[in-house]
Design a protein around this ligand. Structure first.
Ligand SMILES: C[S@@+](CC[C@H](N)C(=O)[O-])C[C@H]1O[C@@H](n2cnc3c(N)ncnc32)[C@H](O)[C@@H]1O
Length: 319
């Protein structure tokens, strides 16, 4: 897979495509926002279901994703794009009164496949990991300046890495000799300090995930993006979110539950506070089916959650 060029439109298989289209229930004249355009797999599906008056706004932090969106927009006036984080979607003036928002979180296959992006422990490249390589700090720069405790905390919090302190200690010892600049260097350093278990996954898997989440502020962006999406959705507008690990899914699940269900009464708060739901959950957590899993292993960890915005002060009737 090339993935690096703007022509790599087929290098990312959209995950849970049919379920996402069902969840968004695209209206012909609706306005939709895809906050994670990637290579436009889901965006193409939305465009196919929109009529001539419908609109699709797409965002991505990644310049290569935006290059694909720019070309698609040149051929389809219904499509508009903006480079940036979906955390700031509410600042896009056109993104008012949305009929649906899709967030397909994490990294795309082209980002993982191109060694130069530095996301992959399996391919040697510069230790970068930024979705937007023009802003923020690369993984190499962060690992060079962060304290041992900060590194250990990130590995523990975002990677649930039980050997976080050991790995952080090894990173700090290594950088005193020479800076860590390559993904293969970091991957083999982690492999050298972790006891070999029976697990088939590479010992650096959890640490790479943790550093990537930290460098791209993924969980903070998700929290802001969910609030912004809810604020911009019209009544009956749909919110569909695909997450790829438990930290993301917990945020999505709790966000939807907080806006859909009254908090349970408890002993410390025996008087039930008035609660008006603003979201109705559409089904529960959905997983990819067998056929998709066979064709696309990336779908294995995907969890889709969908909710619909309720009319203001309306009763919490699930659709
Ligand atoms: C899993 S891929 C999306 C694939 C897309 N649905 C498709 O079918 O081609 C995730 C994409 O979201 C982008 N992304 C992740 N977090 C983002 C954020 N906070 N703001 C904007 N884009 C983000 C990544 O750069 C990547 O291109």
């Amino acid at each position: 897979m090339s993935g690096g060029g703007a022509d790599a439109t087929s290098a990312h298989l959209p995950v849970m495509f049919a379920e996402v289209m069902d969840g968004l229930a695209v209206k012909q004249d609706g306005i939709y926002l895809d906050g994670t355009f990637g290579r436009g797999g889901h965006a193409r599906g939305i465009l196919q279901r929109l009529g001539p008056k419908g609109r699709l706004l797409v965002m991505d932090k990644d310049p290569e994703a935006i290059a694909v969106a720019t070309r698609m927009a040149a051929a389809d006036v219904r499509l508009q794009w903006r480079r940036g984080s979906f955390a700031g979607l509410a600042e896009w003036a056109g993104a008012d009164g949305l009929d649906g928002v899709l967030l397909d979180l994490g990294v795309s296959s082209p980002q993982l496949d191109v060694a130069e992006r530095g996301f992959s422990f399996a391919k040697d490249g510069p230790l970068d990991m930024r979705m937007d390589p023009d802003s923020g700090e690369s993984a190499a720069d962060w690992l060079q300046r962060a304290s041992e405790k900060e590194i250990a905390d990130v590995l523990w919090r975002y990677g649930e890495e039980r050997q976080s302190r050991r790995i952080a200690r090894a990173i700090v010892a290594q950088r005193e000799e020479a800076p860590l600049r390559r993904t293969a260097q970091l991957a083999s350093l982690i492999a050298s300090v972790l006891p070999r278990g029976a697990s088939k996954t590479h010992p650096a898997t959890r640490s790479f995930q943790a550093i990537r989440i930290h460098i791209n502020r993924e969980l903070a962006d998700l929290e802001s993006g969910l609030d912004a999406a809810l604020a911009r959705l019209k009544p009956e507008g749909r919110l569909a979110v695909i997450s790829f690990h438990s930290l993301e899914d917990r945020i999505v699940k709790q966000f939807m539950a907080r806006h859909a269900k009254a908090p349970p009464a408890n002993r410390r708060m025996p008087v039930q506070v008035a609660f008006t739901p603003v979201l109705a959950l559409i089904g529960g957590a959905q997983k990819a089916g067998e056929a998709e899993l066979a064709a696309n292993p990336r779908a294995r960890s995907a969890v889709l959650r969908v909710a619909s915005k309720l009319p203001v002060a309306g009763p919490g009737v699930a659709a």
